[in-house]
Design a protein around this ligand. Structure first.
Ligand code: PHE
Length: 461
């Protein structure tokens, strides 16, 4: 018998799920991470690989995650436990849930630091210091912030408090209301930014840069570029760690998983591309380097806000909405852990959220110190912030994705997925099954193995 509700609450409508899942997907990953990562790998070719990953790996895995979540109706760990025992499979599969908790911790710890930058920029935009600013000055303002551990700590702390507040109240009540208005507003503002960039920046240059793939751009870094494009797809769609799985567990039985997935993935992709079209025209018009790394939007957008009429107000609004986008994503990063603490240790939601938030906050301190006082502390050649980012997006999330794909395609009975996806036994279902059984696991494994050089070792790379 299938359980039809979750003890943690349910989305009130289908729209609420779409908004919440979009809220999880759309965040710093789209507006901060996508443009600078695309910039690091030369633009068009990266974007093309990214889009291919979203279509052939991201969408099928998102459907699978929602499906597993809705069948289990609990935190990812317990959902896997239930599904595994129903099907008589090895309990080892619960590891998937544990890995997800670890990824959630690591991602949120650096995510909150970057969200802190965004919070700080709300006030900078409002103060008028961007007026008629040039690239050098914008760079200096950014460096000022990242080199100051106390300020970073203050913003990181404020952001984590905001996250804990919503998660403690329960996802359905707090989140649904927030996302309903904020997501459309962010979308609208982004459109205005693109229009501005089209008229004031080098829009043609940006279009060519983003949409005319030139694989020579990978310059011998093709392995790394493909790994990063795939990692970006997992990160941006919130896949591979249980966030979408737990949101699926609050989804009503009758909702169509395929349709919801296509909408959420479509919105996420659109927002990323719009962010690219808002940022790169400004990058090129001001002679900035597209590969200037994680500071990219913080060094380019202020120039645009400084030039446009009403830029102070507009800039403030933009960063406010970006904070909200980050907030709704961060909530979904903490939720799987909190649900587990409530289910297994009998914690109240408040206690579980505070405990989870505190742990992430501590880990976040290591991330923010890696930008200044601990700049010399390197693990595998990276500081903590970069390391957590790299390991989660490019290794842990894809690995989680492979496990989800294999479990859904090979272990879960065909009749179960057929029943849960409710799309009939036609072409779409068969296409999904083909992608989830073969394409997604094989493609992700090849990219991962290739990246660690295993294929080279055995002479295949
Ligand atoms: N998708 C979010 C973003 O793009 C980040 C995220 C990753 C959220 C993984 C949940 C899980 O900002």
């Amino acid at each position: 018998m299938t359980v039809t509700t979750s003890i943690h609450g349910m989305w009130s409508t289908r729209l609420a799920f779409i908004l919440a899942a979009t809220g999880s997907a759309v965040g710093l990953g789209n507006i901060w991470r996508f443009p600078y990562t695309a910039g690091e790998y030369g633009g068009g070719a990266f974007v093309l690989v990214y889009l291919a990953c979203v279509a052939t790996i991201g969408i099928p895995i998102m459907m699978a995650e929602i499906m597993l979540g809705r069948r289990g109706r609990q935190s990812p760990i317990n959902t896997m436990r239930t599904l595994v025992s129903q099907g008589g499979h090895s309990p080892v599969w619960q590891l998937l849930g544990w890995m997800g908790i670890l990824s959630g911790f690591l991602i949120l710890s650096f995510y909150s630091v970057i969200a802190g930058w965004t919070l700080a920029y709300v006030f900078r935009a409002g103060s008028g210091i961007f007026d008629a600013i040039d690239a050098t000055r914008a760079g200096a303002i950014f460096a000022d912030l990242t080199s100051d551990p106390e300020r970073l700590l203050a913003w990181h702390t404020i952001f984590m408090v905001l996250v804990v507040l919503v998660v403690a109240r329960g996802v359905a009540s707090g989140l649904e209301k927030a996302v309903r208005y904020l997501m459309p507003a962010l979308f609208f503002l982004l459109l205005v930014m693109v229009l501005y960039a089209a008229q004031a920046g080098d829009f043609g240059g940006a279009m060519t840069y983003l949409f005319a793939p030139d694989f020579a751009e990978f310059q011998g870094k093709a392995d790394e570029a493909i790994l990063s494009a795939m990692g970006q797809a997992f990160f941006s769609l919130s896949l591979g760690m249980g966030a979408i799985m737990i949101y699926g567990s609050y989804l009503k039985q009758e909702a169509s998983i395929a349709r919801n997935t296509v909408i959420v993935a479509g919105m996420d992709t659109l927002v990323a591309l719009l962010a690219g079209l808002a940022i790169f025209p400004i990058v090129f018009a001001n002679g900035l380097a597209p590969d200037s790394g994680p500071g990219l939007i913080f060094q380019t957008l202020p120039i645009a806000f400084g030039e446009m009429p009403g830029g102070g107000l507009f800039g403030t609004l933009f960063f406010v909405l970006l904070v909200f986008a980050a907030w709704t994503s961060a909530i979904s990063l903490l939720e799987p852990l909190v649900a587990w603490l409530v289910e297994n240790l009998g914690f109240s939601r408040v206690r579980a959220s505070v405990l989870g938030g505190l742990t992430v906050w501590l880990l976040g301190i290591a991330c923010l110190l890696s930008l200044n006082l601990w700049a010399d502390v390197r693990v595998f050649g990276k500081g903590f912030l970069d390391l957590f980012d790299f390991v989660t997006a490019n290794v842990l999330l894809p690995l989680g994705g492979v496990l989800i794909a294999v479990f859904s395609g090979w272990l879960l009975a065909r009749s179960s997925s057929l029943d849960e996806l409710r799309m009939g036994d036609g072409l779409s279902y068969r296409l999904w099954r083909l992608l989830i059984r073969f394409v997604a696991p094989v493609a992700v494994s090849i990219v991962l193995l290739n990246a660690i050089g295993v294929l080279k070792l055995i002479g295949l790379g």
